[in-house]
Design a protein around this ligand. Structure first.
Ligand code: AKB
Length: 338
């Protein structure tokens, strides 16, 4: 008999790290895919780890044959900075990889007769504000506004939101036997995420976590955005809780394909002030990279997460002060103390 399991792609990444720990605490059988092997401590928590790419359909077929997957957390992606250097690889992983996973989930749903719940982390990169003046005037951007991303990653994310909606609602709509609905697609647009236990790579919101981790290690940090740069942020425990909560809510409560999420929107300078107070050996300088700045300036300063709060009770535990006082500073301090 095939065992009912949760599939996590991109499992070795930052979100995967926290998510696997939480799923294991809940006693779930976990199957993972990543091109990078899991850290040994995480590997011990999963039922089976596949080292390989989501672009390898043969690998996905092997998983399909062996496991009964009810729930997919599709985390694998090339982030915004990395994707700008290798746009065709980004498209291959971010779009074709997602298409493979949606097909996989459709077949899985067909084979066990229940919809597969498919959790997809999209991003504030799905937005594209044309200039700083518009960004400042835009206030709290709603899901259906400014959907004109300027990055490959943002375009990939926005398109995959639509692909998910297609699989959920319109798949093969002209076939004699229409089979939409085998994939129960659910998507959040994450703000920049900050973890106390991992450091991101390849993103453009990375200045915030990089600054905090460098400060805690007493290392000098040259921040690549201006001090007045503002985007929505959230700490990793709230991101994990949001994914798990959205995965468990009854389908009929959901009114949107993609939900904005946010917790706080400090400027880079406000982050710098908090970390230099907490870690007096920290030193931050400002060396704006105009090209990366342009990307961050195209993302909203704030997003409107009313729909997520209303439909499925999204409620982040950590505002700006609590995020630093109760999570980031104590956890990071401990991490680098040994
Ligand atoms: C990135 O910077 O690319 C990501 C994101 C905002 O989705 N962290």
């Amino acid at each position: 008999m095939r065992t009912s399991s949760v599939l996590v792609t991109g499992a070795s990444g930052e979100i995967g790290h926290g998510l696997i720990t939480r799923l294991a605490e809940d006693g779930r059988s976990i199957v993972t895919i990543d091109v990078t092997p899991l850290a040994p401590a995480l590997g011990r928590l999963v039922r089976r780890e596949f080292t390989g790419s989501i672009t390898d359909t043969g690998l996905l077929e092997r998983i399909l044959a062996e496991f009964e997957i009810d729930l997919v957390f599709h985390l694998a992606a090339l982030l915004s900075t990395r994707a700008e250097f290798t746009p065709t690889s980004a498209h291959e992983v971010n779009v074709e990889g997602t298409l493979n996973l949606l097909e996989f989930s459709h077949h899985e749903g067909e084979s066990h007769g229940r919809p597969v719940v498919f959790l997809y982390p999209s991003s504030i990169a799905a937005y594209g504000l044309p200039n700083l003046e518009t960004k400042m005037r835009a206030k709290r951007v709603r899901e259906d506004e400014w959907n004109i991303p300027i990055t490959m990653y943002g375009c990939n994310k926005l398109y995959c939101e639509h692909l998910g909606r297609y699989y959920a609602c319109h798949y093969k709509q002209l076939a004699a036997d229409t089979t939409a609905g085998r994939v129960d697609f659910r998507c959040v647009r994450f703000p920049g995420l900050i973890s106390a236990v991992t450091v991101p790579s390849g993103g453009t919101s990375d200045y915030a976590p990089e600054m905090i981790h460098a400060a805690a290690r007493g290392k000098a940090y040259a921040c690549f955005v201006r001090p007045d740069t503002r985007i929505p942020l959230m700490v990793m425990p709230d991101a994990i809780e949001a994914l798990l909560r959205l995965a468990s809510v009854p389908r009929d409560r959901l009114t949107k394909t993609a939900y904005n999420l946010t917790a706080f929107s400090p400027t880079a300078e406000e982050i710098c002030d908090v970390v230099t107070r907490a870690f007096p050996r920290a030193s931050v300088t400002w060396e704006t990279d105009l090209k990366r700045q342009r990307i961050v300036d195209s993302w909203p300063a704030e997003v409107d997460d009313t729909a997520a709060r209303r439909d499925w009770g999204f409620a982040p535990r950590y505002d700006f002060a609590r995020a630093f006082d109760e999570y980031l500073i104590p956890t990071i301090r401990e991490r680098y103390s040994s």
